[in-house]
Design a protein around this ligand. Structure first.
Ligand code: MG
Length: 216
């Protein structure tokens, strides 16, 4: 159970937390490699392996999340690829209701995402997510990804929060570790970020399956 009387700020990740990571997995594992293969005259497998190798090299760096970076690398319009898949964008179970409930309880609901602003815009157009939140921040606004503890220092300069009274929900363990290093006291991960895949086990942070479990 969460200690709701002692939590007044809820920091929320977007992809794999509020929204189904299925969209992102289809985009980056299927749609982009297929278009890249077609543009370069490569087989699908060769194209995917080439992209994956480069993704591994950039993981946990801002470039990994940067649509401009991948548009330059692939010479493809990555934002348009997002729009083509917009029908796959959806909330995870009870996520919208959870955000609304936080607001009704007088707590701050703040989006903290590594997603590029163009990706946030496409997802917001499909869901109306941003209007439901107090504020929204992309790590691109701060020039460091959430995996870097400096992110939380830069965030607190523009969105003051008491780490002892703050909850972060994020499906990325490295991000939760970085938040813990900053002193954020309440942390939860998501068992099933991609609704088409089985829930994950052996997680090192406390998981939730459905936001209904932790409603304030
Ligand atoms: Mg995420």
């Amino acid at each position: 159970m969460l200690d709701w009387p002692n939590i007044d700020t809820v920091l929320l990740d977007m992809d794999g937390t509020l929204l189904d990571l299925g969209f992102d997995n289809v985009l980056w594992n299927e749609h982009l490699p297929a278009r890249y293969a077609h543009a370069r005259g490569l087989s699908a497998d060769v194209a995917r392996e080439s992209l994956y190798a480069h993704m591994r090299d950039t993981r946990a760096r801002l470039e990994f999340y940067c649509l401009d970076y991948w548009a330059r690398y692939t010479a493809l319009d990555v934002r348009s690829l997002h729009v083509e898949l917009a029908h796959l964008i959806r909330y995870r179970p009870m996520a919208a209701e959870f955000v609304a409930r936080i607001r009704v309880c007088g707590k701050r609901a703040v989006l903290v995402t590594n997603a590029h602003r163009d990706s946030v815009a496409v997802k917001d157009a499909a869901t109306g997510l941003l209007a439901t939140l107090c504020r929204d921040f992309s790590s691109h606004d701060f020039a460091v990804p959430k995996e870097d503890p400096e992110f939380w220092r830069r965030l607190s300069a523009v969105e003051p929060f008491d780490p002892n009274r703050t909850l972060l929900i994020d499906d990325n363990a490295a991000v939760l570790d970085s938040a813990a290093a900053h002193g954020i006291a309440h942390l939860r991960t998501i068992a099933q970020p991609d609704l088409r895949r089985p829930p994950r086990s052996e997680l090192r942070h406390i998981p939730i399956d459905d936001f209904a479990e932790i409603m304030p």
